[in-house]
Design a protein. Structure first.
Length: 199
């Protein structure tokens, strides 16, 4: 408890060279490399996940990636909710001395409609880029929810892996079909089945 109360106070960082030393007070951020850093980050980040947001909204965090999902019937509804949510996230960031990287922030409008109306959502007064696809935790998601690119990527990576492993196995160990089956089950299947409930 003592560390939690006092560990973040009176912190400083120092840059030293042979001829010069600069010390600055640290007023924000988690202590990098400390055993407490991940715990502090989790406690702080958890409050972002607990923000009071509209019922059509779900948030997911993985490490320092933050994903906001919004459900709606019309593009204007998504836009309104999206901007409301981003204002709350932006305010949370100010309170916690965290600045979100606008260049790394994107929006993906998932719809099976033929005409995909561009939505406009803003953060820090800047329009967030609307993209046609993105990769999240190894799964490629596209705006039409088709999964072709993801399936092609998985097939390509899986085929390359099996070819490399089977070639190595034959050349170096002269092993047969039973070993190849083990390689298939241990290397190829997990790659193909990863996140399969999603796609």
């Amino acid at each position: 408890a003592h560390l939690m109360q006092h560990g973040g106070r009176n912190r400083s960082t120092t840059l030293s060279t042979k001829t010069y030393e600069v010390r600055r007070k640290v007023t924000k951020g988690c202590p990098q490399g400390s055993c407490c850093g991940p715990g502090y980050w989790t406690i702080m980040y958890d409050s972002l996940l607990k923000l009071k947001l509209p019922v059509q909204t779900k948030t997911i965090a993985f490490a320092d990636d933050f994903l906001i999902m919004i459900a709606g019937k019309e593009a204007l509804e998504l836009e309104a909710i999206g901007n409301e949510v981003l204002m709350k996230v932006e305010f949370w960031g100010k309170r916690n001395k965290i600045l979100f990287n606008i260049k790394m922030s994107v929006a993906l409008h998932l719809t099976r409609r033929r005409t995909n109306i561009a939505i406009k959502v803003y953060m820090y007064g800047s329009l967030i880029d609307v993209i046609a696809k993105f990769k999240y935790l190894g799964v490629t998601v596209d705006s039409k929810i088709i999964w072709n690119e993801h399936v092609n990527n998985v097939f390509k990576r899986g085929t390359q892996l099996v070819n490399i492993l089977s070639k190595s196995a034959k050349v170096y160990w002269k092993i047969g079909s039973e070993a190849l089956r083990i390689i298939y089950e241990a290397a190829f299947l997990p790659m193909v089945l990863y996140a399969i409930p999603v796609w």
